[in-house]
Write a protein that binds this ligand. Sequence first.
Ligand SMILES: Nc1nc2c(ncn2[C@@H]2O[C@H](COP(=O)(O)OP(=O)(O)OP(=O)(O)O)[C@@H](O)[C@H]2O)c(=O)[nH]1
Length: 384
Amino acid sequence: MAHTLYKAPTVEELAADNAALRARMAYMLEQAECNHAIMMRHQAFDLEIVGAASFPDLVGTIFRALPVISELQSVTLSLVDEDADIRTVMERLGVDFAAFPDLLFVRGIGELGFDLGTRTAQSAAPKPLLGMFDPAGHTRQFPQGPATPVARLQSVAIVPLLRNRRIIGSLNLGSADPTRFTPSLGTDFVEHMASIIAICLENVISNEMLKYIGLTDSLTGVYNRRYIDRRLLEEIGRARRQDYDISFMYIDIDHFKRVNDTLGHQGGDEVLREVAHRIKGELRLSDALARFGGEEFVVLLIDADLDSAAFVAERIRIAISASMIALARGLQVSITASVGVASLAGASDGAPEAAAQELIAHADEALYQAKAGGRDRVVRYSAH
Ligand SMILES: Nc1nc2c(ncn2[C@@H]2O[C@H](COP(=O)(O)OP(=O)(O)OP(=O)(O)O)[C@@H](O)[C@H]2O)c(=O)[nH]1
């Protein structure tokens, strides 16, 4: 009978095994700690983006934090903005897109790079595209620029941003590690991250849209009274702190009732839109134009005393009356406007709310005098 001889390991062998096991355990522990740290960083990131109060706040956080916590060389976002509504509204709300070179807009989902086939509302959502970076094929997601060192990218993940199966854009992740994103890799993690980003994006975009709608006049697209009331208080505070003057003007179309009576309400609306356009053409970017309702426009001029405001008012009056306004049905109409101007220097030094009311009342009084004096003129407020 053959015996298998069992040879007891030597003490040295046991010690070596032991050391190898310990090293392996230490490595696994280190990996677990590392994964835990990554998870915690991602949780903190999720919390931060969920708490973002505005669109610039959200995209700023994504571009600042995601490359760091995910150890990526490039993170960009492509947003579907078919009619450029998102871009227009954000610009109107003061978002500086130059600060976000990694924020990209596309006109349709076809431009995102996913294989959509004949996509219907019932189609399955597209999956993330993981693979080697292709300098020719990925220029749309990773445009060359100082902020996006494309040359160093080796592998990329293009992850769809989905809201209720609707594709709102893509999250584009670029790594210098060729093995970071490979087609065989699981996509649960990046899909989860993209779903949180998509929810946050949709939320802030709808909030900004609501903010915009709440502060603008739907007929002419200029600001409304709520905006001016708020802005005036801020500007009065700033003007007093920095010791400059601000002015306010009321612009009222003359005999607008006649315009409406002869051209109809729709014709009147067209005139209002064109007048808003002409006034805007005479203003600086820092000035604010609003419709206070009816045929009354107001302008808030920053860093302008009564003299310069009256000068601008005269330019506006001429721009309104200088040429006929062409209407959709081939008709033309000639109109004039009366303007009342007042400045903060002419108001008392009370609380900003009282000063704002006084400034508006002074401009209104000057407007009344312009109407009483024969219309088509500018009158500056002066205390009697
Ligand atoms: N088309 C149009 N008309 C409006 C709108 N809001 C107010 N109006 C009209 O504006 C006219 C204002 O008329 P009035 O306040 O009597 O003044 P006016 O005819 O402009 O005369 P003066 O201001 O004294 O020169 C009215 O006919 C309103 O119906 C609007 O949103 N669209």
